[in-house]
Design a protein around this ligand. Sequence first.
Ligand code: XMP
Length: 326
Amino acid sequence: SWTMPNYIDEAVKKIREQVGSEEVILGLSGGVDSSVAAALIHRAIGDQLTCVFVDHGLLRLNEGDMVMEMFARGLGVKVIRVDASTEFMGFLEGVTDPEQKRKIIGREFVEVFQRESVKLPNAKWLAQGTIYPDVIESAGSKTKKAHTIKSHHNVGGLPETLNLKLLEPLRELFKDEVRELGVALGLPHDMVYRHPFPGPGLGVRILGEVKRDYAELLKRADAIFIEELRNTRDEHSGKTWYELTSQAFAVFLPVKSVGVMGDGRTYEWVVALRAVVTSDFMTAHWAELPYSLLGRVSNRIINEVRGINRVVYDVSGKPPATIEWE
Ligand code: XMP
């Protein structure tokens, strides 16, 4: 009968047979799929695996440190962390068009990964966290609407020019199976059950031009929102609002508005909160969060994040709005 420990044994055996004594390189993004793939491959071949974690500076608050803590310290995986934020910010300077931003971030990601992989000349395999829905989606991508509306950059799409053989141990799994596998492999529950996060990261949540200061403000506002969603339970279901929403995040609006603080007038940035409920991300409802929760998040952001004096809540469904603002 099918059990997770059996599945892991089988998967480990298969990876060992495939790879033999050769070396494997994997692009770690902090997302669930690449993380679970890394944990599984590490279980199978240990130090024959090297992960490259490209930090583009547009990740969530402390995410880079968390990835290193979890993999390098927690699981003993070899991880090369590349802080490419200055380079990414440089290429994004003056760019305001969302699709252009996606293209630049995707292109730079591949560029940095490739540069790092050259330093590992013994690697013969490129591992990816491709899961079953990705396989189906790319097979039918010509007809998929989501692809024509936004060019989804995903960390997975690395080039063939690397001349590496592909190792995709999650290819047959659905998302919930990948999550179960992650927990069984010792990844933290909260990490494995996180909301999805787009490949271009905060790059598409800072409207218009991406700037480092905007990213810093946004990271802090977003972390407050997520913390409150995790800490607040719905009295009827007993679940947290983080569990009751499919995706939630803050968006930085490069707009200044007037406020008052003490005797003075402020003129600062606006943050929008977005929280949706959806089963397939193709259509979505805005989440009916309790006013008390929204109020607490707003107060905390305005009090704790200097530079933001106004918080608004997005009450648009998809369609016609998309989940992300860009
Ligand atoms: P939209 O905004 O199109 O988002 O309603 C649907 C889902 O896709 C995610 N998304 C992306 N994911 N690269 C990604 O990897 C992207 O460029 C991208 N754009 C949107 C979004 O977060 C939501 O879960």
